[in-house]
Design a protein around this ligand. Structure first.
Ligand code: NAP
Length: 486
């Protein structure tokens, strides 16, 4: 056997170039229809000059916007929302073609985005008014001012919604946005940016760039960029947050979840059934706040298993563009393979299969929905997010055990509590270590409601007044005049 001895320096260089190769491979932008697995568009990474021009354009706009009242941009945002309304069908279709979600859900996604834009157009200027600060020295207040260009790095699961969640509030604030979307939804990213411009936004308001990871690193380090927003996995979050931290850039991280759906003894059966009807199947289970862990007190356990089986059994696989399809493919072959590996590990680790959808005869990226039980704490998937139609159901003795299990997770994004006693459900909600809890329903989103988590689910909030303030400069102004004569 021949031993190859390399010194530390060589080893480091090798490791760096291997990492770079892997990272370059991740940043190939292509539209692949997961229903047919056919590539229908590919995109090049930008040149150095293109990136520089984009930064310069966005920064110049920020400087210009500092002299403009937010109400001007709020008016424009209304027009942008109207443009999305006009192009609703086109926008929805491209999302379905690129990542396989049901067309009805793509249309709904466009509607949610229109709602978010209208929310910030209607409320943004008022929410950005200066705040008075009673104090012993003199008249004081803080302004809520723009800070500069924001770099947003977004995932594929809601190709438009993830972009608008950052764009709409920052547009009203006066922070132009650069977008690095996921490698598998480039056509959606392009169309979103085009519609924003067509709606009347000045050039530079939202610039879509097909950046490599290295280019992203450079953009984050650029002094003209003042904030970094990422929605995605822990993997992406760690890397981008590290880079933002190294460059002392403020960041928000909207990461994964392993949401608990707690069913208490007094849950109304009809309410429960309705919540379960899409809690783990909406967007084919590829939602950060999908109810991934059903935690059920023992007297309702069988009922939840049966209800969930009925939901999965009733799905009809097919082309996501067709109305009758209720089980679309997953967003990509690689996601399907990753999920299959996790399910295999779960079963090897002792999980039992309560139900699995029958074989699907298609070349698309279909995953057969599955219900797992008996996932114990030592199972490899116990503390993992499974991003697709995998429903894990736990039986617990009582409410205390349900809360303990819900909190036994390194994630803390969303949760649900199903109970007929609302006051009690609110008390339970307060004990769950997550950023959001829905009582008697599955996850929900709206422009007016904050979105975000704790623990490994990230930090910061998007949407609502909190999302508007994510990247503002709370600029104190105090009149000290009277103090001089004392
Ligand atoms: P991901 O791999 O982390 O990708 C998200 C974005 O980050 C993409 O644009 C991706 O680019 C980029 N990225 C990934 N690794 C990177 C790195 N090392 N350096 C620079 N950029 C990097 O996430 P995903 O798997 O596509 O998305 C699903 C995840 O998002 C799930 O965990 C889900 O729970 C989470 N999510 C969270 C929320 C929330 O609000 N909390 C909402 C939706 C989704 P490439 O595509 O080019 O790799």
């Amino acid at each position: 056997m021949k031993l190859i001895v390399i010194n530390n320096q060589e080893w480091r260089q090798n490791a760096i170039s291997l990492r770079k190769e892997a990272e370059q491979a991740m940043a190939k932008y292509a539209s692949v229809n997961p229903y047919t697995n056919e590539v229908f568009a590919t995109y090049e990474n930008p040149t150095k000059d293109h990136v520089e021009d984009s930064l310069a354009l966005a920064h110049a706009l920020y400087k210009k916007w500092r002299h403009e009242d937010p109400s001007v941009r709020a008016e424009t945002l209304k027009k942008i929302a109207a443009k999305f309304q006009e192009k609703r069908a086109e926008m929805a279709k491209i999302m379905t073609l690129e990542m396989g979600k049901k067309l009805s859900e793509s249309l709904e996604e466009v509607d949610i985005c229109i709602g978010i834009m209208n929310y910030y157009a209607d409320h943004g200027p008022e929410l950005l008014q200066p705040v008075d600060l009673p104090n012993p020295y003199g008249h004081a207040y803080y302004l809520k001012q723009a800070t500069g260009v924001i770099m947003a790095c977004e995932p594929w699961n809601f190709p438009l919604y993830q972009v608008i969640r950052v764009f709409a509030p920052n547009f009203v604030v006066g922070n132009p946005m650069l977008l690095k979307h996921a490698h598998n939804v480039p056509s959606s990213a392009n169309m979103a940016a085009k519609l924003v411009r067509a709606g009347g936004a000045p050039e530079g308001s939202l610039i879509n760039l097909f950046l490599t990871y290295d280019q992203l690193d450079e953009v984050i380090a650029d002094p003209r960029v003042q904030g970094v927003a990422l929605t995605g996995s822990e993997r992406g979050g760690q890397s981008v947050a590290e880079n933002a931290g190294k460059n002392l850039k403020k960041s928000t991280m909207e990461l994964g979840g392993n949401d608990a759906f707690i069913v208490l003894s007094d849950a109304d059966p009809a309410v429960l059934k309705k919540a379960l009807s899409d809690a783990r199947s909406y967007n084919n289970g590829q939602v950060c706040t999908s109810s991934k862990r059903m935690i059920v007190v023992k007297d309702r356990y069988e009922e939840v298993l049966e209800d969930m089986k009925e939901v999965y059994e009733g799905l009809k696989w097919g082309d996501p563009l067709l109305d009758e399809t209720t089980l679309p493919p997953m967003n990509s072959e690689s996601s399907k393979e990753k999920l299959q590996k996790q399910v295999d590990q779960a079963i090897a680790g002792g999980a039992k299969v309560y139900y699995q959808y029958p074989e699907i005869d298609s070349k698309g990226a279909f995953f057969r929905p599955i219900i797992l039980t008996n996932v114990t704490k030592d199972n490899p998937v116990f503390d993992q997010e499974m991003f697709g139609p995998v429903c894990v159901v736990y039986k617990v003795e009582d409410e205390d055990e349900a809360i303990e299990l819900a909190n036994d997770s390194s994630y803390g994004l969303g949760s649900s509590v199903i109970s007929s006693d609302i006051q009690h459900a609110e008390e339970v909600a307060a004990q769950i270590e997550t950023g959001m809890t829905v009582i008697n329903g599955r996850w929900i989103t709206d422009g007016s409601l904050p979105f975000g988590g704790v623990k490994k689910s990230g930090y910061g909030r998007e949407l609502s007044p909190l999302g508007l303030e994510a990247f503002v400069n709370e600029h104190l102004v105090i009149d000290f005049t009277d103090q001089n004569s004392k």
